[in-house]
Ligand binder design. Structure first.
Ligand code: ZN
Ligand code: ZN
Length: 404
C-alpha cells in the first residue's frame, strides 16, 4: 500500500480507465453481447495490472447479478479483496464497481449514464431497486424505465458517483442524442464528472457553459481486452480506491485529475458529419451543408464537432483554470507496423503499455524495436502523427508520417 499522506506527489501517476465492459461471465453467460468472450471480470483485472499498467479501473457492468457472482467468487477464493476505502483490489490495481444505464425522457432520445458505488453490498442494493424497472438486469447498458431525476436520487441515496457517458456522441450521448443542455434532463448539481467520449476533447467541450464546474473524464469504453487504456486519466491520489477517486473528482485534499489522455478527436468514429447515402465524410469543407456535397443527399448524420458548434453558447471555447491538460495520444495499436509480435517484445522489456508510452526513452525503445518504430511511438506519445478524420462509425487513420 502506498503511503497515505496528503502532500502532493503522493502517488507517481496513477492511470485510470473508468469505462470497461464485461463480455461474458466466467461461466460463459453473455453480459455485453457485442463484447468479446474473454472480457471477464478477472481477465480485465489481469490485463490492466499486468499488460496495461492501469491501476484504477471502472468496470461498468457490475450491476449484473451474474457478474456479481463472479466477483463474490474472486473475493471468497482470495484472488481479490475489498478495500477499506472502497473498490476491489487485485494486485496493484483497484476496480471500481460501476454500471452503465440507458435513460429516456418523454419526447427525447435516449442517453447513457455511468454510476459507481463504493462496495459490492451497495451495488447489490442498487441492483435490487433497479431490476424492477428493466427487462433484463443481467445485460449491459439496458434501458431503465424511471425518470432521470429519480435515477439520480437513487444513486445519490447510496453514495454513488454520477457521470453522463460519452456525452457528445450521436449514439446515446446526452448532448449528442438527447438535449442541448444537461440541465434540461438532469439535476446538474448531482453530477460528479462528464465523460467526453472518443470524438471530443476538453477544448471542444468548453463551448458549453454549464460544463465549466465539472471535471472531465476520458475513458476507453472498451469492448475487448486490447482496447483497455485506449483513453485514460492520470490522477493524483494517495492510492487507487473509491474514496480517493471521489476526492480527485472534487479536487479535495490535494487529490485531482492531473491530465486526460485521449485520441485526437479527429481519430474518433463520430467526429465529423457523414452522409448516410454515399458514406462521404464532411471534413474541413462543407461543415454546415444541408446536403452532401458529393451526392446531394440530405441524409447527413451530425458529427460530434458539428453538434457541439450547433449547441454552443459561446463564440469560442473557454477552458477554466482548474482544467488539466488534455493530451492527444495515439494508442499503441494504431501505430503502423507495430504488430502483435513487436508489442510483445516491448512489453517483455518494459513491463506495461503505460511504461512504453510514458516512461521509456526513444533510445531504449529503439534498442528493442529499431529506430523507425521507436520514433513513431515517440511521435504518438506527443500527438505528432498525421491523421485523417473519422466519421459515420469509422475511425480516422494514422498515416505513419510524422507532422511538426
Ligand atoms: Zn454507452
Ligand atoms: Zn459503454
Amino acid at each position: 500500500m502506498a503511503d497515505q499522506q496528503t502532500t502532493s506527489n503522493t502517488w507517481d501517476s496513477c492511470y485510470a480507465d473508468l469505462h470497461i465492459h464485461i463480455g461474458r461471465t466466467s461461466r460463459g453467460e453473455a453480459v455485453k453481447i457485442s463484447g468479446s468472450r474473454d472480457l471477464t471480470f478477472e481477465n480485465i483485472a489481469r490485463e490492466a495490472s499486468e499488460r496495461k499498467g492501469i491501476q484504477l479501473l471502472g468496470v461498468i457492468d457490475c450491476h449484473s447479478p451474474v457478474v456479481q457472482m463472479d466477483i463474490e467468487q474472486l473475493l471468497e477464493n482470495g484472488t481479490m479483496s475489498e478495500l477499506e476505502d472502497g473498490g476491489i483490489a487485485y494486485q496493484d490495481t483497484t476496480i471500481l464497481l460501476g454500471t452503465e444505464i440507458e435513460l429516456r425522457e418523454p419526447e427525447m432520445r435516449e442517453y447513457h449514464m455511468l454510476a459507481y458505488f463504493r462496495d459490492l453490498k451497495t451495488m447489490k442494493s442498487f441492483t435490487e431497486w433497479m431490476e424492477r424497472y428493466m427487462k433484463n438486469v443481467n445485460l449491459s447498458s439496458q434501458r431503465v424505465y424511471v425518470s432521470s431525476l429519480e435515477m439520480q436520487a437513487e444513486i445519490k441515496a447510496r453514495g454513488g458517483l454520477i457521470v453522463p457517458a460519452h456525452a457528445f456522441t450521436p449514439h446515446k450521448g446526452i448532448y449528442g442524442s438527447t438535449a442541448p443542455r444537461m440541465a434540461d434532463v438532469l439535476d446538474t448539481s448531482l453530477i460528479d464528472a462528464v465523460e467526453l467520449g472518443l470524438s471530443s476533447d476538453s477544448s471542444m467541450a468548453s463551448y458549453i457553459q454549464e460544463l465549466d464546474q465539472l471535471p472531465f473524464l476520458t475513458n476507453s469504453d472498451a469492448h475487448s481486452l486490447g482496447k483497455i487504456g485506449r483513453e485514460y486519466n492520470e490522477l493524483q491520489i494517495a492510492h487507487p480506491s473509491f474514496d480517493e477517486f471521489s476526492m480527485a473528482l472534487k479536487g479535495e485534499a490535494g487529490r485531482n485529475i492531473k491530465a486526460n489522455y485521449g485520441l485526437n478527436p479527429r481519430l474518433g468514429k463520430y467526429h465529423r458529419t457523414y452522409c448516410a447515402a454515399c458514406g462521404s465524410i464532411m471534413d474541413e469543407q462543407a461543415m454546415s451543408a444541408e446536403r452532401c456535397p458529393y451526392c446531394g443527399s440530405t441524409k447527413l448524420v451530425q458529427g460530434v464537432l458539428d453538434r457541439i458548434l450547433a449547441i454552443a453558447d459561446r463564440e469560442s471555447p473557454h477552458v477554466p483554470e482548474f482544467r488539466p491538460p488534455y493530451h492527444y495520444q495515439v494508442p499503441l495499436e494504431f501505430i503502423p507496423g507495430l504488430g502483435k509480435a513487436k508489442l510483445r517484445q516491448l512489453l517483455e522489456h518494459f513491463g506495461t503499455e503505460m511504461n512504453v508510452l510514458h516512461r521509456t526513452s526513444e533510445e531504449e525503445l529503439a534498442s528493442v524495436v529499431g529506430p523507425v518504430l521507436a520514433s513513431l511511438i515517440v511521435a504518438a506519445r506527443n500527438g505528432r502523427l498525421e491523421l485523417s478524420s473519422g466519421g459515420g462509425g469509422t475511425y480516422g487513420k494514422v498515416s505513419g508520417k510524422e507532422t511538426d
